[in-house]
Ligand binder design. Structure first.
Ligand code: NAG
Ligand code: NAG
Ligand code: NAG
Ligand code: NAG
Ligand code: NAG
Length: 335
């Protein structure tokens, strides 16, 4: 029960977007930049809008992207924090590439900056071949939030590489290890959809030692898919993944988890399920080295909130406007 209260508390605090004056560095109003392929905005390409943000900016920038298919490879560089990229409708604002082979280079969209927010956009890598990496979204910056986005790919769709991240209401689709990396991330009310015709693993979390405060928590999510899948396998020996209050369709195999062919990892990984439901959530045939979250473990998470979220999520979201407000204002960002 303690765990339940903890997660619900965390959920409530993180869901709050009440602005607070605790982010001194971003006290200025956001500059709005519009991207429109028809030429009616400030730029036709998303990357051009990002390039227009000055390095080491202290001011937040809100890049509003009009509907369209953007065949672009996007990089938000490390020295440009406080950028929001926002579509107005997720389905109609699509950033897509077909690139593969290298887990770093293949990404359609790369976030290296901190305090980045992505919302209402679809990010896609159309390359589909079992055994070849093809990343749609790579996130390496700290304090990064994605809201209501679709992240679509096949192998390694979301390289959730480093930093603390919060994904809310996102749809993430892929086949092999499609949420991978060593970030500390909370996925709340996200829909995970597996595609594989062969082996499918939802997560490949990469935590490499006991001292790292990283891992993936899925809270109130939904898992569906084609064929069969497992919840995760360890990219790093101390891989840590927790599913809480999550619906699992029968796409999830009874054994649930895999040790990636290395039995020594069975004693070091931390794979837990808590109050999940649905035909795939029956834990009676799970591998014996994965467990239900105990009240004792929940205490650990109480004192070490894995993404130490509430204050940074609030400050990161402080300048995220409602799209309608951003549209109604007429600033161009070229003052
Ligand atoms: C977006 O597209 C998906 C499938 O293509 C569809 O199921 C969903 O209803 C669409 N959402 C909206 C808001 O149109
Ligand atoms: C992606 O590119 C590969 C070649 O690299 C090609 O075989 C494949 O058909 C392309 N996929 C799409 C959806 O364009
Ligand atoms: C879980 O699976 C076991 C064995 O397959 C079965 O006996 C049990 O009734 C199932 N539990 C639920 C809640 O479906
Ligand atoms: C939009 O402009 C109005 C009036 O110029 C201003 O009061 C309001 O704060 C602006 N909204 C945003 C989100 O900047
Ligand atoms: C927005 O600005 C453009 C030129 O900068 C002007 O032509 C247009 O009338 C403005 N629209 C509104 C709603 O203020």
């Amino acid at each position: 029960m303690a765990a339940f209260i903890f997660f619900v508390t965390m959920f409530t605090l993180m869901a709050s977007t009440t602005p607070r004056a605790d982010a001194a560095e971003t006290s200025a109003a956001a500059v709005v930049i519009r991207v429109d392929q028809s030429g009616k905005g400030d730029y036709k390409k998303i990357q051009d809008a990002i390039d227009a943000v000055p390095s080491n900016n202290k001011q937040p920038f809100f890049i509003l992207v009009k509907p369209g298919i953007y065949n672009e490879k996007i990089i938000v560089p490390e020295d440009k924090p406080f950028i929001t990229v926002s579509g107005s409708k997720t389905n109609s604002t699509v950033i897509t590439r077909n690139d593969s082979g290298n887990i770093i280079e293949s990404a359609t969209f790369t976030v290296l900056a901190s305090n980045f927010v992505g919302q209402y956009i679809t990010i896609k890598n159309t390359f589909r071949y079992h055994g070849i990496q093809a990343v749609a979204l790579r996130v390496s910056g700290d304090k990064v939030v994605f809201l209501g986005c679709k992240i679509l790919g096949y192998q390694d769709t979301l390289l959730d590489e480093n930093g603390r991240h919060y994904f809310r209401g996102c749809y993430i689709e892929g086949a092999v290890d499609f949420i991978c990396g060593n970030a500390a991330s909370l996925f709340e009310r996200c829909h995970l959809h597996t595609l594989s015709e062969e082996f499918s693993a939802i997560t490949a979390q990469q935590r490499g030692s006991l001292t790292e405060e990283t891992g993936f928590i899925f809270l109130g999510c939904k898992i569906t898919g084609e064929r069969t899948a497992i919840l995760g396998r360890p990219w790093g020996s101390y891989s840590r993944v927790i599913f809480v209050l999550t619906y699992m369709s029968n796409v999830i195999l009874p054994r649930g988890w895999d040790d990636w062919g290395d039995a020594t990892k069975q004693s070091t990984v931390f794979y837990r399920e808590y109050k999940c439901y649905g035909p795939g959530a029956n834990t009676s045939k799970r591998v014996e080295w994965s467990q239900k979250l105990t009240a004792e473990e929940a205490k650990i998470f109480l004192t070490k909130n894995m993404i130490s979220g509430k204050s940074w999520i609030r400050s990161t979201l402080k300048h995220v406007k409602k799209v309608s407000t951003a549209i109604s204002n007429n600033s161009t960002g070229h003052s």
